[in-house]
Design a protein. Structure first.
Lengths: 114, 113
């Protein structure tokens, strides 16, 4: 069973388009995250939701809009895609207030904007 | 601001040798220090972590040491094997910031058979 899954795994699109990435976790966690990994492999947090409430909102262009319909799902919608948005996007989840701070990562979505 | 410096950026060792990766950080309120391993085409996976009230933790061939006063922590891998080849990331969890992790720049470890 996949703990944190993302769809699609690969996404190739043109500048100006709008696209969405979906994430689901079956770990029963209450907190989910979106990270961006650039071409130099630097990992940076973008957003975090706890029980469907936005708790971390880093300095990210407002073309990026996360949505959490329930605790097990966190989607990322990107409007007006730009070349610089090309990266690997990782979803992660954790249990807030639990004995472990571990964040479990999904397999990533490689976004290529042409 | 919140910052984590990780060194070296690349590390090549012979199978059976030890590998050490070091990280320094600036946020004194950090309370949790995980290490993640990322294999090609996969997401990062936790391999070991340490909390601020512990100085050292070991799990088979891997160990982590933490010096809170000096604000640095290190990953030690002994008896390296080719399957240890991957990118390793250190991270810090900022205190009272919703579980926010700040990652180091990563170390690409290559273990030559």
């Amino acid at each position: 069973d996949t703990a944190v899954s993302q769809t699609p795994k690969y996404l190739v699109t043109q500048m100006g388009n709008d696209k969405s990435i979906k994430c689901e976790q079956n770990l029963g966690h209450d907190t989910m995250y979106w990270y961006k990994q650039d071409s130099k492999k630097f990992l940076k947090i973008m957003f975090s939701y706890n029980n469907k409430e936005l708790i971390i909102n880093e300095t990210v262009p407002n073309r990026f809009s996360p949505k959490s319909p329930d605790k097990a799902h966190l989607n990322l919608h990107i409007n007006s895609l730009e070349l610089g948005d090309s990266a690997v996007y990782f979803c992660a989840s954790s249990q807030r207030g639990g004995s472990s701070y571990e964040q479990y990562f999904g397999p990533g979505t490689r976004l290529t904007v042409t | 601001g919140e910052n984590v410096e990780q060194h070296p950026s690349t590390l090549s060792v012979q199978e059976g040798d030890s590998a050490v990766i070091k990280c320094t950080y600036s946020d004194s309120a950090s309370n949790y220090f995980p290490w993640y391993k990322q294999e090609l085409g996969k997401g990062p996976q936790l391999i070991i972590d340490i909390r601020s009230n512990v100085g050292e933790k070991k799990d088979q061939r891997i160990a982590v040491t933490l010096n809170k006063t000096a604000k640095h922590f290190s990953l030690h891998i002994t008896e390296t094997q080719p399957e240890d080849s991957a990118v390793y990331f250190c991270a810090i969890r900022l205190g009272n910031q919703g579980g926010k992790l700040i990652f180091g720049q990563g170390t690409e470890l290559s273990v030559k058979p």
